[in-house]
Design a protein around this ligand. Structure first.
Ligand SMILES: Cc1cc2nc3c(=O)[nH]c(=O)nc-3n(C[C@H](O)[C@H](O)[C@H](O)COP(=O)(O)OP(=O)(O)OC[C@H]3O[C@@H](n4cnc5c(N)ncnc54)[C@H](O)[C@@H]3O)c2cc1C
Length: 472
């Protein structure tokens, strides 16, 4: 049932889920299908978390629908519905434009292999060996080797090849050359197996279909409900406090930021000092900026590809990517075909850059506005190099910064992809510290992105289920 913000909640739930991002939503659906009484509390006025969209004039802007791996089809079919899975389609044209190369790919292992052999002139055996190694990596492998070391060992001195292989992942989950190679291997092989996919109908449709599915499976949903506190007594989770009201539940699954869950919603004093020491060592991932551009109704733009990795930097460096003056960004192009259900669907373009929260947070109000305008101007200058007459076709333009992300999702420092790899262990062991308290949502790089978050929701729903079974 969709509850009203002011509805009094008197019943005790099996599980309260804090946050309706893809992790929380998928866990809610799985637990409800298993017959659990589930309450989903979301602070925003709609579900989706980062998987969100917004309307400006006649435009609909998708915030994080740039591409996800084929695995999303199976996850949606198994844990959501066939109707949702059937709307997932492949992005046909992924392009790279930078001073070192201009390449178009369908993002499959076969095509990447062919590009590495034919364009980059790498012996086929060397390419096959590389893919064999990364396709077989798993979370328990050696975490000492970094992405930079992995690439250098297979393709020594080939900065162009390193860039070609790592650039997509840097945008896909905030990995850097300094992160452990296992996270790269797991995510890259996921992405590379059969291409990059999107949801036909747009983010608004997939979240609407998910909400309908949740309600059909008897999940109670309350929007505009920011959980202030997770109630814990004698190391056992008792429920949550939301809008000043206590809601009792046998367990709580937080889809909020891991660090925020521990320090803000539970409180440091409820955990063992050794655990808190470990939590303090968890590094957050970086954040993002985006520029949203709407094309005037009636105007068209030619098909120049769906996803373009664009950069004017001669060398691929983490610092350049994160700098406020970066020339490296992705352009996602949304043609009317994305929303066939709408008669007047138009064209929108979303540019994304990686960014550091602190660079934006330290600015005065005036400097912040000026930097936002600089970001918009720099984005337009780059885009004009791909679509020369685009400026005069745009009738709406707006930018989001790490501060915008923090405001909307409550992620510490506007982190786009949760935590670095060490966050996964903390997230998975939360219930060892406090009985009945679980976490799901972007952590550990591999559990982020649409697929990672949804799959982690499933994994944690099993943990909640086991716990509830033991209680009964
Ligand atoms: C700019 C950008 C582009 C991206 N592009 C892609 C992409 O192309 N492909 C891809 O696969 N992934 C992409 N991602 C990542 C992907 O969107 C996320 O990893 C994924 O959606 C995160 O899901 P989650 O379950 O971690 O929850 P989140 O999306 O983080 O949602 C958490 C939810 O919890 C709610 N919440 C938090 N605290 C509380 C509280 N106290 N009370 C109530 N509710 C609370 C928040 O409001 C939010 O709705 C992108 C991310 C960003 C930022």
């Amino acid at each position: 049932m969709l509850l009203n913000k002011n509805d009094q909640i008197t019943q005790k739930y099996d599980v309260v889920i804090i946050g309706g991002g893809l992790g929380g939503l998928t866990a809610a659906n799985k637990l409800a299908k298993n017959g659990r009484k589930v309450l989903l509390l979301e602070s925003h006025d709609k579900l989706g978390g980062f998987a969100t969209w917004f309307h400006r004039r006649k435009h609909i802007f998708d915030v994080s629908l740039h591409g996800f791996p084929v695995g999303m089809v199976k996850t949606c079919r198994k844990y959501w519905s066939k109707a949702i899975a059937d709307k997932i389609i492949q992005l046909k044209r992924v392009r790279f434009i930078n001073p070192l190369y201009q390449i178009e790919t369908d993002f499959t292992v076969e095509d990447f292999t062919s590009k590495l052999v034919n364009d980059f002139k790498i012996p086929k055996e060397q390419v096959d060996n590389f893919f064999n190694l990364i396709m077989n990596m798993n979370y328990y492998d050696n975490k000492e080797m970094t992405n930079g070391e992995l690439l250098e060992s297979f393709f020594p001195g080939r900065k162009d090849v390193h860039r070609f292989l790592i650039e997509p992942i840097v945008y896909a989950n905030g990995s850097t050359m300094e992160d452990p190679a296992i996270t790269y291997g797991i995510v890259f092989s996921n992405f590379m197996s059969k291409g990059v996919f999107t949801f036909q109908g747009g983010t608004d449709l997939v979240i609407q279909m998910m909400q309908e599915e949740l309600l059909k499976n008897n999940v109670d949903i309350r929007l505009k409900s920011k959980v202030e506190k997770i109630a814990v007594e004698n190391n056992i989770c008792q429920g949550v406090v939301v809008n000043g009201e206590f809601v009792a539940s046998k367990s709580v699954l937080s889809n909020g930021n891991l660090i925020g869950t521990i320090f803000n919603m539970v409180g440091e004093d409820k955990f063992k000092p050794e655990f808190i020491e470990k939590v303090k060592k968890v590094r957050l991932n970086t954040s993002s900026c985006q520029v949203y551009m709407g094309i005037r109704q009636g105007e068209t733009i030619e098909d120049i590809g769906d996803l373009i990795f664009y950069s004017e930097a001669g060398e691929f460096k983490t610092d350049e990517l994160l700098s406020m003056n970066t020339t490296s960004r992705t352009f996602s192009l949304y043609y009317p075909r994305l929303r066939p259900q709408l008669a007047d669907a138009g064209y929108t373009i979303v540019a994304s850059t990686n960014a550091r929260y602190e660079d934006w947070a330290k600015l005065s109000k005036e400097d912040y506005e000026a930097k936002k305008q600089e970001l918009i101007d720099a984005t337009l200058v780059s885009l004009e190099k791909i679509i020369p007459d685009v400026r005069k076709k745009i009738d709406y333009i707006e930018a989001a910064t790490p501060l915008t992300i923090k405001r909307y999702t409550h992620h510490e420092r506007g982190s786009s992809f949760g935590t670095k790899h060490e966050g996964l262990d903390v997230s998975m062991k939360l219930h060892h510290e406090i009985s009945g308290l679980f976490h799901t949502g972007s952590v550990g790089i591999i559990m982020s992105g649409w697929l990672g978050a949804a799959n982690y929701g499933v994994i944690q729903s099993y943990e909640v289920d086991n716990y509830l079974d033991k209680q009964n």
